[in-house]
Design a protein around this ligand. Sequence first.
Ligand code: GDP
Ligand code: MG
Length: 717
Amino acid sequence: MSDKRLTIALAGNPNSGKTTIFNAITGTRQKVGNWPGVTVEKKEGLVDKFGHRLKIVDLPGTYSLTPFSIEEIVARDFILNERPDVVIDIIDSSNLERSLYLAVQLRELGCKVVFALNMADQARARGIKIDGEKLSQLLGVPVVFTVGNKGQGIDELLEKAVELAVSDKAPEHRRNVKYNSEIEKAIEALEKALAPKCGQKENVPLRWTAIKLIEDDRVAKERLRAVLGKDAEPILEEARRQRDYIAGRYNEDPEILTTDDRFGFISGIIKEIVTTSSRQRVDMSRNIDLVLTNRFLGLPIFFFFIWAMFQLTFSLGEYPMGWLETLVEGLAGLGARILPEGLLKDLVVDGVIAGVGAVIVFLPNILILFFCIALFEDTGYMARAAFLMDKIMHMIGLHGKSFIPMLMGFGCNVPAIMATRTLESRTDRILTILITPFMSCSAKLPVYIVLAGAFFGARAGSVIFGIYMAGIILSVISGRLFRSTLFRGADAPFVMELPPYRVPMLKSLVIHMWDRGKVFLRKMGGIIMIGSIIIWALSNFPRDPALQQEYEARRAALAAASGQEVSPRDMETELDRLRRQYEARRTAHSFIGRIGRAVAPVFEPIGVDWRGGVALLSGFVAKEIVVSTLGVLHAVGDEHSREALQRSLRRSGMSAAGALAMMVFVLLYLPCLATVIAIRRETGSTGWMVFSICYNTAIAWIAAFVVYQAGKVCGLG
Ligand code: GDP
Ligand code: MG
């Protein structure tokens, strides 16, 4: 055992883990008291390690060594006066920038320093990779990674500390903070003035004292007076001159300049040693945000993204949609060929394939839409969108944060309504839940594509975009209305977090997209298929044998006339017309025809015929069913393409105004079953659920009526 006792001081920011490491080193051999004259706790402990008796001192936690607080003065005085053999700086690795500010100052003090990069586990968890070796080389300081609460790295830390303490090499400080040239000149001048007077005095490190004098450090000046007596005055006078000169030159207090330089130095170190740090991400995020949340550019960019999202959904989706349509047609053709004539064939071809096939082709569009929404979420852009919409949302009396569920509503209302859980105030939540169904969900997309495609041709895209905008506008109007009637009062204030931007992981995006895709496919195999079968059955029963006999007789007569009075081509169209007539009469006679006739008066004023009415009714279960029902009701022969459906719609007497009105109605009317259930669950009230159903449907009918009547006037009839 060496007779020399080594003093090791633990310095560091509050909560960097000093006490934890202190306990890990000293165990139970601790002495707790106060620092002389102040009520700051002082902990000391003695241990025998590596052949030395070690006195460990837990210094008060500080962020810097400027004498602003008692803790800072105590820590600094201890280092200056007691001259510990080595100072271990406990650095919070997950908070490197702040921790290094103290580290830089410790090194300026000229004492021997070892860095403990503590919280190494947390830094790792946050994706902060620190090159300890590089740090050690750069600054000439031993570096040890530690996890204080698990006792990892403590022995190595102590070993390095002892090694440094006993080495007689003066601390080798490669690269210290270099201040700007005027300050460096002033430091040099003061060092020169100080050197003859206190060159021998150990507790007055020259460079450090010079810097502190330039910073007008009260405690440092007192210390100088105490050490030098009257000799201090000329030096202090010189320091004042230097200070004034620098302050005049930069129009800034010198201590602010030195702080800036230290942080500049630190960010230089961090650039060198940290590879994928959250700090860099934050910096990059800040730069990206300069553009994306810019006061003038932000909203236009946001609307561009939304526009691009729909553009991508439609135009990119067009290709796989074509392949799926070919597949569905192929299946229908196959079914028609291999199945024997009869009820089963009708069921499969005109029920299941016509219904499910009409909707399933939209799978690619829906996948793309959800991919885009997942992209917004995973990159962190969603929070920016909310931030940007804040002003607009305040018009409704809602916080921008409410916009996130609304944006998600473009995909599917159910997760959107669940996402309102992030809102703190209950009234904000209910209000958001009530207006979210106006965000046109992906299930409504097929209806728009079919109708807009059939009646608006090349302008279909703009029409659909207009429908989406109408949804947003109506949700804003409704929100405003609710806020001033049902939910008086202001929105609850809260902070909008802007997480750093992240590069999204493709895998996560694909998983997200596929999750929604699975939901869609499951619906196809379940509710859509059942719905199609029900609609098919309702439209085929009860059967009218007399009608069928009549049809077959007329067809036979027509066929007999073939080759004589009529050409084969005309024959085709004649047969087609005959069949169409028959189908129309047959369905009119069926259950669905009766239901249709019963509801027709409701839909007639909005330009929707009984088939459209039935489709809209069935859409309550799921919005995709609107199209599958249309598919079944308009099924003719073995043709089941979207084009055939659109042709049939045009021939059914529907007008462009009617189509537009129907789209508006689909946009606004009662939410689907799953959404209704979600509303009930999330508001915890059947009342709000019923309110939502009634309000939406009423608004839908009124809006559709206005659109249809206005459309007729404008010549869309
Ligand atoms: P002090 O203020 O510097 O004395 O910090 P403490 O020693 O009181 O530690 C603050 C908190 O950080 C405590 O809850 C410790 O358990 C925890 N802690 C200390 N070191 C580590 C570490 O390396 N990793 C993690 N995850 N937590 C730590
Ligand atoms: Mg502590």
